[in-house]
Ligand binder design. Structure first.
Ligand code: K7E
Ligand code: CUA
Length: 641
């Protein structure tokens, strides 16, 4: 390390605090008897830090990186030219409506995947197929992605799909990880504000969308002024067909959700059990509800016809006073939890669901196997460590530690899960250490934290505010996603990098690169449209409908000119016949507001009304060769008589 000052890793303040707390609690934290600098010197000489950290990255050779980042003992997040990142990170784009793909640990943004937004570079929302998909999904022009979750088989990532919610318009989308593109969106009936999103594990046989806003069900003009009659639903979506199979109506708002790893339980946090419509009312009570949904019991009720069909979806009544909740085996357990709990996540071993207090400085550790055994659901809460102010979300390293964001304290706290079960409620003793983050974190995510076997090396704190951490760019600031190394329990959490992000990532999933196999060109078999080979190009007229089939290659389109009449409907299909990876073309039609990307072996179609007579040089938008600028043809629209 070249200097202490330029090292923005965990502040001494928190180390000291942690040491005191830990010593009081009788914890032994050997490395903390040496300060960081001393440990670095001693440790680096020993040369054993790489294996100690259990990390495949190389030892850092010297101190600070030249990009203002910091290397820590045994961990190196810098990826030199020609080398690849170890993990894919899928970060939601929030109200930008997309998913961003990061390489981790470098934190470089590698790709964006448009989901609920229209996006011109990909032609997403421009070609017929994606435009129709967005129209069928409600025709909205934006969405609010929060929780990207990856499909799993046997509790491990299988590299097939990612799923993400639209908190704004109540939708769920699927992203095909062969092509890194959105291939299905469902507009969820009876649900406003699809917030939490996750899969039923171990094999991703259902996707859950958690309805946040309480509304009349159905929301068709009834009960407008009667909030007591409002409700919210969880929706269970078939991951293949993307149809909603059933819903469960509950009392109160719901917030985030996570599924157990053995398929039986689904958990949703919530607030506003008060049923209020303003802030004061929503935060009145000290307890709110975590709902534990007994999935087999719900499926039995659906089988038995115990539901009401609302907007073509079977809706099961899971409200407190529902007959299905009478007796010893309710379909929904209401677990009183302090206070307006926000994040919930199930531990890798499926033993606990941990809900963060948000307005209470504790997290509630719910022992999953106790839920249907105790008389009072509150007794399933077996631990309540005091973590700090504004606990929001929790991730895992697979070594028995939990990491929770503290929104108000602007910290990430690392704590011991079993110690929290042993300790008195409200005790701070399970806390191992805290690290300052900059500033006000929402989610955090650790590598493969949502699987049964987290990697335990990298963690990202997704901070809402960046304040002074980047060059000023006006009143709208970037977010700050901070990379933290967690692979060394002795050295503790180490802040490695600030990474600005455009508004606004919420949650993320991190998957080892070995588990995803993206295609580098399209397989025409995977596409609905027949490709057009060179020599098969055609222009056909049927009344005022003109069908164009053409190819594109370096440096031409299938036709030098396409002549149509004003008022014609033009269907233009184009195949990129290149077989070389990374040689993309597009069809950009000026003044017709069209840009359609075609990657190698991809076929897309765009349909438009030729309503403006004139000459339009349609051109290729990707810089595909030295003669790219010459890659253009004329669309000639003859004026009507
Ligand atoms: Cu906390 Cu939507 Cu997961 Cu944002 S939610 S932070
Ligand atoms: Cu094709 Cu530029």
């Amino acid at each position: 390390m070249s200097s202490e000052q330029s090292n923005p890793t965990a502040g001494e303040r928190t180390d000291t605090e942690t040491r005191e707390t830990a010593e009081e609690a009788g914890f032994t934290l050997p490395s903390l008897s040496v300060n960081r600098r001393g440990f670095m010197k001693a440790g680096a000489a020993a040369g054993a830090l790489g294996s100690l950290a259990g990390c495949t990255s190389m030892l850092s050779s010297d101190g600070n990186g030249d990009d203002g980042t910091v290397e820590a003992a045994g961990a190196d997040h810098t990826i030199p030219p020609r080398e690849l990142d170890e993990y894919y990170g899928f970060l939601s784009g929030g109200h930008s409506g997309n998913i961003r793909v990061y390489g981790i640990p470098s934190m470089r943004e590698i790709m964006q995947i448009p989901v609920f937004n229209r996006e011109s570079a990909r032609g997403y929302g421009f070609d017929d197929e994606t435009r129709e998909m967005l129209e069928d999904a409600g025709g909205y022009t934006w969405g609010d992605t929060h929780h990207p979750r990856l499909s799993q088989t046997d509790n491990d990532y299988d590299g097939r799909f990612a799923y993400v919610n639209d908190k704004a318009n109540g939708r769920m989308a699927r992203i095909n990880l062969k092509y890194f593109e959105t291939d299905a969106i469902v507009d969820i009936p009876n649900q406003q504000g699809t917030h939490g999103a996750c899969a039923r594990l171990p094999d991703t046989d259902l996707i859950f969308g958690v309805g946040e806003f309480r509304v009349p069900v159905p929301n068709d003009g009834r009960d407008l002024e009667d909030p007591d009659a409002y409700g919210s639903v969880i929706a269970a979506i078939n991951p293949e067909s993307m149809n909603v199979e059933w819903e469960v109506l509950v009392d109160g708002n719901m917030d985030n959700g996570d599924g157990g790893k053995e398929g039986r339980w689904f958990f949703a946090t919530g607030y506003n059990s008060e049923g209020a419509t303003n802030e004061e009312g929503m935060t009145r009570d000290d307890r709110d509800m975590v709902k534990a949904f007994d999935l087999p019991a719900i499926e039995e009720a659906v089988e038995a016809g115990e539901y009401e069909m609302i907007n073509d979806v079977p809706v099961v009544d899971g409200r407190k006073d529902s007959p299905l909740n009478e007796g010893d085996d309710p379909i929904v357990y209401y677990i009183p939890t302090p206070k307006s709990p926000h994040g919930v996540s199930v531990t890798p071993d499926n033993k606990y669901a941990i809900a963060s207090g948000k307005l209470d400085p504790t997290a509630s550790v719910i022992e999953i196997d106790m839920i249907d055994e105790v008389d009072d659901p509150a007794d399933a809460i077996v631990g309540r460590p005091q973590l700090g102010l504004g606990p929001l979300h929790t991730a895992y390293d697979g070594r028995g530690h939990a990491y929770t964001t503290l929104f108000i304290d602007s910290q990430v706290v690392k704590w011991d899960i079993e110690a929290a079960v042993e300790a008195e409620p409200g005790s701070e003793s399970p806390v191992i250490e805290k690290i300052d983050v900059h500033y006000n974190p929402g989610h955090l995510i650790a590598a493969e934290s949502y699987t049964a076997d987290p990697a335990g090396d990298w963690l990202i704190s997704l901070n809402k505010l960046s304040k002074d951490r980047f060059l000023p760019v006006g009143p709208m600031h970037p977010e700050n996603d901070q990379l933290i190394y967690i692979g060394d329990d002795e050295e503790g959490m180490q802040l490695m990098k600030d990474s600005p992000a455009y508004a606004e990532p919420h949650d993320a999933s991190i998957c080892h690169r070995s588990k995803i196999e993206p295609a580098s060109t399209y397989d025409p078999e995977d596409l609905e449209l027949e490709p057009t080979a060179k020599g098969d190009e055609s222009i056909e007229r049927d009344g005022d409908r003109v069908t164009v089939e053409m190819y594109s290659e370096r440096n031409q389109f299938g036709f030098e000119e396409i002549i149509v009449n004003e008022g014609d409907t033009v269907e233009m299909k184009v195949t990129n016949i290149e077989t070389t990876s990374d040689i993309l073309h597009s069809v950009a039609i000026p003044e017709y507001d069209i840009n359609v990307k075609v990657a190698p072996q991809e076929t897309r179609k765009v349909t438009f009304e030729a309503d403006k007579p004139g000459v339009y040089w349609f051109y290729c938008g990707f810089f595909c060769s030295a003669l790219h600028l010459e890659m253009r043809s004329r669309l000639i629209v003859r004026a009507a008589e």
